[in-house]
Ligand binder design. Structure first.
Ligand code: SAM
Length: 428
């Protein structure tokens, strides 16, 4: 057992101390604390230790509100007050930008919303062999039954017990990937604008006795729609989609744009923070010809089309491009063009770009994408990232020709270690 003073935070929000001249990472320890910890992993330059006893607790330590905290692994930093979560996230971004991009400039303070719990409008649950909803435990495939997720919208939470009862009454079980027995693999729930969309992903094409579920869902007092996604392969990939009951899509106004959400649609999970980020991008964007790379359903592209002459939205998922084209059409937006394909192949075709918005997945931009941008040299790059380590890696390459003018982290995922970071780069 080691006695350690926690002096800073690591890349996953864990406490960091020094012992025997080695750095020690201690999950769930907070800065300023003195703890006893047991080493569980030894490496040449660092160790990982398990928190055993807090001798001196931080004033920022709070009681986590979730009974599944630590087991589920979704909320890594729920033991820290919101102001301390801000410190943790600020440090994560700062450390990554210094380490991987050698950036020592200003980082704006984390933009936080009002909704620190129940902010998720989209959750996918696993189903176990008894037909109950839950998640996998942290770093494992062990099933954990969940009665309520503190991050999920309340209507999503209220529907859990109804779906469990429906499964129980109709003897529907979770699919077992080893024995290949059972019917349902996952249940995907989206809640927007007082409408709930439920998609059952499974190896069956029909849902028995559906009225039994509808009667229960009526108690939620919201509009709802039910789909089944049939896929008999040993994976959770969505398959053939069949509408079972209720609304087919959720229609709503997002950023002044008439939108719709269907079972396949990607949605930013925290609408409040998404709005703040989109508004900031709208304010920053400059020029006539804009590329919204990794555009998803193209809501941001449509919003930006109101400010500039021409927007190209590029996205690899064809159903998202279909949605984007529909949304542009429904809003009579004519100066936006959506292109389906890999960014690395598509960028070369657009000769003049004044500003490019990059919103890649966690792995960041491929090298070839960055090289093409360095050839085209748009005046402005707006980079939105959900992983500040890959953001920093890419900024290092881009900063050869660009000055970093703004780094602004956003708390898109309160209670977790995850952060959304917005950067503005201008051509030197
Ligand atoms: C973080 S999401 C961004 C979504 C969108 N900007 C929004 O605000 O809703 C990343 C998107 O990039 C798409 N994507 C991933 N790799 C891609 C690639 N190589 N080329 C084009 N799009 C890609 C994904 O399908 C996903 O929709």
């Amino acid at each position: 057992m080691k006695n350690i003073d926690i002096i800073r935070y690591g890349a996953n929000g864990e406490g960091v101390g020094v012992s025997d001249e080695k750095i020690v990472f201690i999950p769930y320890a907070l800065c300023g604390e003195n703890v006893d910890a047991k080493v569980v992993e030894e490496n040449t330059h660092f160790e990982v230790a398990q928190l055993e006893k807090i001798n001196k607790a931080s004033l920022s330590r709070v009681e986590p509100v979730c009974p599944y905290f630590k087991v589920c692994g979704g909320c890594d930093i729920m033991h820290a007050s919101i102001s301390e979560q801000k410190v943790i996230k600020q440090q994560i971004v700062q450390n990554n930008l210094k380490k991987y991009a050698n950036y020592n400039g200003k980082i704006q303070s984390l933009v936080v919303g009002d909704n620190l719990l129940n902010y998720r409008n989209h959750i996918t649950f696993q189903v176990n062999e008894n037909g109950t909803l839950g998640f996998y435990e942290k770093d494992s495939h062990k099933f954990l039954e969940i009665k309520e997720c503190k991050l999920a919208n309340k209507v999503i939470n209220n529907s859990i017990s109804f779906i469990n009862s429906y499964f129980f009454d109709n003897k529907l079980k979770g699919y077992n990937y080893k024995t290949k027995k059972g019917e349902i693999k996952q249940v995907d729930l989206k809640f927007v604008n007082d409408c709930l969309l439920i998609t059952f992903v499974g190896v069956v094409k029909e849902l028995p006795n559906i009225d039994n579920l509808l009667v229960r869902l009526n108690c939620l007092n919201v509009k709802y729609g039910i789909y089944i996604s049939y896929n008999d392969k040993n994976s959770t990939i969505y398959g053939e989609l069949k509408h079972i009951s209720g609304i087919k899509e959720i229609e709503y106004i997002d950023q002044g744009i008439k939108c719709f959400v269907s079972p396949f649609s990607f949605m930013q999970i925290n609408a409040e923070i998404k709005d703040k980020i989109y508004n900031k991008i709208y304010e920053l964007v400059n020029g006539d010809i804009i590329v919204d790379a990794y555009c998803g359903r193209g809501v941001l592209s449509c919003k930006l089309a109101k400010k500039v002459k021409k927007v190209y939205g590029i996205e690899i998922v064809s159903s998202a491009i279909y949605d984007a084209q529909q949304i542009a059409k429904n809003n009579n937006i004519k100066n936006v063009e959506f292109l389906c394909g890999d960014i690395k192949d598509m960028l070369q075709d657009i000769k003049k770009i004044d500003s490019i918005i990059l919103d890649p997945p966690r792995k960041g931009c491929e090298k070839q994408v960055l090289e093409t941008i360095m050839e085209i040299l748009p005046n402005q790059i707006i980079y939105l990232s959900c992983a500040s380590n890959t953001l920093a890696r890419d900024l290092k390459i881009l900063s050869e020709n660009y000055d970093i003018k703004l780094v602004e982290p956003y708390d898109m995922f309160p209670q977790t270690k995850h952060i959304e970071t917005l950067c503005l780069l201008e051509k030197k």
